[in-house]
Design a protein around this ligand. Sequence first.
Ligand code: HEC
Length: 125
Amino acid sequence: MLVKKSVMSSVVKSVLFVSTVLFAGVNFADNSRQGLQVAAVSDGFNAEQKYMASCFACHSTGAAGAPKVGDGNGAEWTPRMEKGMDAVVTNAINGLNTMPPKGLCFDCNDDDLRAIVEYMVENST
Ligand code: HEC
């Protein structure tokens, strides 16, 4: 009875050991994959392309009072950036007055939108 119990417990131990190793292996694979990504933007994401496709229509002309993007438009962005980048990105995600939620880019995730806003601000000096 005593022997049988110790055999059983060593079987349980080796099952636990194997599953711990497997679990650790999976975790390691996940972490290294995340480590390779600079930010959690969508696959194949390109801020300039998305800006041109979704935001350019309003933000190049200043339609409906949109802050203009491009050289010489830094003054349009300075007062907005005083709220801090997080607040400005949140407004882009949720919308603000006539600025539509997500700037109508419905396949953009939050990190994509942040990257587009950074692109817009960096290109408006
Ligand atoms: C239909 C026109 C329209 C489109 C399309 C649009 N915007 Fe806007 N956006 C606006 C307007 C208008 C404002 C000014 C809102 C206000 O301050 O009342 C604005 C403001 C903003 C601001 C400033 C927010 C703040 O806190 O001051 C950001 C950032 C922004 N837009 C990002 C984007 C991005 C990114 C896209 C594309 C993914 C986009 N917009 C597409 C009209 C548009």
